[in-house]
Design a protein around this ligand. Structure first.
Ligand code: FAD
Length: 431
């Protein structure tokens, strides 16, 4: 049975879900081999491309992931887009089990008129830009206006507002890209409104605290009414920048400038809350409010996409239908992380959820529910990829790029200067 032989398992995606699932499988099975496929040339998903540069401590999980990648029963294969370069069915044929941990790569649209105007950006793309996501490296957002509006009141909205308002000298020693730092130095943005449909009790910010809702309210109130201390006042004085939360406002339309060429404001419908508890809904009162601004960042959520026609997908919930990580109706296929639960929750939530998927998979293996007989694993996939002209990169390739980034950052006192161009990365690897 697969119990005595080497279970060949692969994970799609190298963010927290992929790495924590791999970690669990390797720790709790003495022989399992885990291959991690990743579409980017570099690992770690949103830990690298999402987490804000001024929160370096959050990125310490990379040390744990690196230990997993160094296991002699684990291999990283970057530069492989599953669904394009190799199908999920091909992976299922080559492995005893496949875990889909490919996150939420898209964003939810506002679906209001004017959304396509220059000056309206998704928070996802803006975050990708300041964090060096290759596809967003050329974004060059126009920060010449004095007011920006962030639509949505979750953690990402707060990150984006904070990056827009933090004096650039506080970001100089982070891993923010040099291009973003340059643009922020030139930025004229002085006020950021963070707009939400619902009230203060419904915001989606998370904090590390017991009884978080109560604590969150205390923090919001304190920020709203407290006078800054001497040091904080001094810090704010030279750059009079401000932010504010606008509750009970729902975006109706993006207002164009007189020449129609870019955004000049946003029309908001005033809402009031109906219902109680989880069922609370924001309903329009009929009042409208126009808020002038030159930049609109929509931050109403990330969204997962279907990966491959052979994999069930729930377009409404934006997840792969699953029971505790077992993909419904597809034996041997599992999922973890944001594509399993939807795009909410911090890294530790993703960790817990990925451990559950790992545990369920090992239970199925033990119960003889996975295919018996040996499976070729990477040997078969490598041959397929080679025949298609796809050349994966390894974890030691990443370590070369990592060393290059660290050395490029040194001169400026930054932890790293991220490489942005995949072609350049491949050149550095001698490809
Ligand atoms: P991801 O991290 O998105 O990983 C998915 C991986 O799959 C990516 O590497 C992607 O490239 C890869 N992939 C996608 N499609 C394919 C494909 N077809 N083939 C191969 N590979 C593919 N949490 C915190 O605890 N603290 C924070 O400060 C924090 N800040 C955040 C800031 C932002 C802007 C965002 C968006 C999230 C933040 N989070 C934070 C939440 C945290 O990032 C998530 O909980 C976690 O990353 C979800 O893990 P995941 O592995 O499911 O998805």
């Amino acid at each position: 049975s697969t119990q005595e032989q080497t279970p060949q398992i692969c994970v799609v995606g190298s963010g927290p879900a992929g790495f924590y699932t791999a970690q669990h499988l390797l720790k709790h099975h003495p022989r399992a081999h885990v291959d991690i496929y990743e579409k980017q040339l570099v690992p770690f998903g949103l830990v690298r491309f999402g987490v804000a540069p001024d929160h370096p401590e959050v990125k310490n999980v990379i040390n744990t992931f690196t230990r997993t990648a160094h296991s002699d029963r684990c291999a990283f294969h970057g530069n492989v887009v599953v669904g394009r370069d190799v199908t999920v069915q091909e992976l299922r044929d080559a492995y005893h089990a496949v875990v889909l941990s490919y996150g939420a790569e898209d964003h939810r649209g506002l679906e209001i008129p004017g959304e396509e105007l220059p000056g309206v950006l998704s928070a996802r793309a803006f975050v990708g830009w300041y964090n060096g996501l290759p596809e967003n490296r050329k974004m060059a957002p126009d920060l010449s206006c004095d007011t920006a509006v962030v639509l949505g009141q979750g953690n990402v909205a707060l990150d984006v507002a904070r990056i827009l308002l933090t004096p650039p000298e506080y970001l100089e020693k982070t891993d923010i890209t040099e291009a973003a730092l340059g643009a922020l130095r030139q930025s004229q943005v002085k006020t950021v409104w963070i707009v939400g449909r619902r009230g203060p009790l419904q915001v989606a910010f998370t904090i590390k605290a017991p009884r978080p809702r109560k604590r969150l309210m205390e923090l919001l109130l304190r920020a709203a009414v407290e006078k800054p201390g001497v040091a904080e006042a001094a810090r704010r004085a030279p750059a009079p920048r401000a932010w504010g939360l606008r509750f009970l406002r729902s975006p109706q339309r993006v207002l164009p400038s007189p020449d129609g060429r870019r955004v000049a404001g946003i029309r908001l419908a005033v809402t009031r809350l109906e219902g109680v508890g989880e069922a609370t809904r924001a309903v329009p009162t009929g009042d409208l409010e126009d808020l002038p601004c030159g930049l609109v960042l929509s931050s109403i959520g990330y969204k997962s996409c279907p990966i491959d026609p052979s994999v069930p997908f729930d377009p409404k919930l934006g997840v792969i239908p699953n029971m505790e990580g077992r993909v419904v109706d597809v034996p041997g296929l599992y999922c973890s992380g944001w594509v399993k639960r939807g795009p909410t929750g911090v890294i530790t939530t993703t960790m817990t959820d990925s451990f559950v998927t790992g545990q369920i998979l090992l239970q199925d293996l033990k119960a003889g529910l996975l295919p018996s007989g040996p499976r070729p694993g990477y040997a078969a996939i490598k041959a397929l990829l080679g025949s298609r002209g796809v050349w994966p990169v390894s974890f030691s390739d990443w370590e070369k790029l990592d060393a290059e980034e660290v050395s490029r950052g040194q001169g400026a006192g930054k932890p790293r200067e991220k490489l942005l161009d995949p072609q350049e990365m491949l050149r550095l690897l001698g490809r």
